[in-house]
Design a protein around this ligand. Structure first.
Ligand SMILES: C[S@@+](CC[C@H](N)C(=O)[O-])C[C@H]1O[C@@H](n2cnc3c(N)ncnc32)[C@H](O)[C@@H]1O
Length: 449
């Protein structure tokens, strides 16, 4: 097993999209030309998911690979909300009838950096232009140290029922190393208050593979899970991408666990979670049996989009805010990353698209296979609609994975074995035609293990 972990510890995407963002082949000029088509497509489907990126954090967590802007100056909130409103209106005015909001997620950065009043103002601006689906899923990312009772009450009144708490690890020495200050008591208090005020679902974000993280740190973190029983857990593999994120240069790389040590951190956490009644949902995700992700996994109706695993299949996803990605029809579009570039463009009524991709027929077929593997653990190309000649290369690339016992190849498909669960990103790589087109001279993706 250790030999397999060493063998398959190669750079690979996480496949929240296919093609992965670095493999999109169109820069801003063509992406801007598509806008008309994108907006036309948007009108065709009444169902909508919305993601809003709120990039501010008061303090830099050095492990963080997300797009954020560090400041303690809260005057940044209002101009940013103004820009989001302009972007939202750019889309909302296209609809003849109000679209049906199925899913809304506030991500970051730290959404709870914003005052409850400003979050209220932002959400009212969004909600004015949509109908709300009866089973809408509204969630936000929350830092235990900055989530107040007022945040919880305001967001609950606005319709949010899930919060995703950034717990990461509970050990003070690890938290100090990643420059993150929060106490166990803060986590307990936010969970208690959220439940008291009617939130029906709590997710914990945990990370394994952090610098100097040992089995005892994972045990302590899972102890808190046992005590607070969140409905869902995202148990992320630490993505070390110091060429993209300067904060990670603060780590001494010799402090990072190697592939075998890192995997044993995951396996330890996983066994404990399973023993406590959680089910592994897909890559790095767990849920209690009562959670809809578990039901969706059992019924083969689980999906994966830029926001992660979801039980809701919404045709179009609009991403608002700097660095946000929209998935509309056959198009992906990403906004510029910089907060001020984003705001300045909207002041001039310009949509600041950074890059995008128009999916080809082959992309769509390969995306289906990658989605199937990520969400169901098997895929099939028996139906000619799911076949493209690249599959012949996939089958060739999959032979060694079959020999290593990670998959069972069938005449027109494949099934991931129990052993193969740990190598999901490597298995998906075989369907990633775009990945192999590129001669990567510079590092792009974090390692698969
Ligand atoms: C956008 S962050 C929001 C966290 C929130 N601001 C907080 O402080 O709790 C979402 C999640 O991404 C995960 N994450 C961030 N950087 C990561 C990395 N380098 N590797 C793995 N997961 C990471 C963390 O678990 C984090 O909670």
């Amino acid at each position: 097993m250790d030999a397999l972990f060493r063998k398959y510890d190669v750079p690979a995407p996480r496949y929240t999209s296919y093609p992965s963002v670095p493999d999109w082949d169109e820069g801003a000029p063509s992406a801007k030309q598509w806008e008309w088509n994108v907006l036309k497509t948007l009108e065709l489907d009444p169902n909508l998911s919305v993601y809003i990126h709120l990039p501010f954090c008061e303090q830099l967590c050095t492990y963080c690979a997300c797009n954020k802007y560090i400041t303690t100056n809260h005057t940044v909130e209002s101009p940013y909300i103004d820009a989001i409103e302009r972007e939202w209106m750019h889309y909302a005015k296209r609809f003849q009838q109000k679209p049906m909001l199925q899913e809304l997620h506030l991500g970051g950065g730290t959404p709870t950096f914003f005052s409850p009043e400003n979050l209220h103002d932002l959400l009212e601006k969004i909600k004015r232009h949509v109908e709300i689906a009866p089973n809408v899923a509204m969630s936000f990312e929350a830092h235990p140290a900055s989530t107040t009772l007022e945040h919880l009450v305001t967001l609950r009144e606005l319709g949010f029922t899930r919060l995703s708490l950034g717990v990461q690890d509970v050990s003070p020495d690890i938290l100090k190393l990643i420059n993150r200050y929060q106490t166990l008591e803060q986590v307990r208090q936010v969970c208690r208050q959220a439940r008291d005020f009617g939130y029906t679902s709590i997710n914990f974000d945990l990370v394994y593979g952090l610098p100097r993280q040992k089995i005892e740190n994972i045990l302590a973190t899972i102890d808190l899970v046992r005590e607070l029983r969140p409905n869902r857990i995202a148990f992320y593999s630490y993505a070390h991408v110091p060429w993209l994120k300067n904060g990670q240069r603060a780590f001494d790389e010799s402090d990072l666990p190697n592939a075998v040590e890192k995997r044993s951190l995951y396996e330890t956490g996983k066994l404990l979670l399973l023993s406590m009644g959680y089910t592994e949902i897909g890559m790095d995700h767990f849920a209690l049996p009562s959670d809809e992700l578990k039901k969706a996994r059992d019924e083969s109706s689980l999906y994966r989009n830029f926001m992660g695993y979801t039980a809701i299949k919404s045709a179009n996803l609009i991403g608002l805010g700097c660095s946000s990605i929209s998935q509309i029809g056959d198009f992906y579009l990403q906004n510029v990353k910089g907060v001020f570039d984003y705001q300045d463009a909207w002041k001039k009524a310009e949509h600041p698209i950074w890059r995008g991709h128009h999916l080809t027929a082959e992309d769509k077929i390969l995306r289906t296979h990658i989605q199937n593997l990520m969400c169901k653990g098997f895929t099939s190309w028996r139906n000619p609609d799911n076949y493209t000649p690249f599959i012949e290369k996939s089958v060739e690339m999959l032979q060694p994975l079959q020999a290593d016992g990670l998959i069972e190849l069938e005449p027109f498909g494949l099934r991931i074995t129990h052993l193969g669960d740990a190598f999901l990103r490597n298995i998906c790589l075989a369907f990633d035609a775009r990945h192999f087109e590129k001669d990567r001279k510079i590092p792009t993706f974090s390692k698969a293990i």
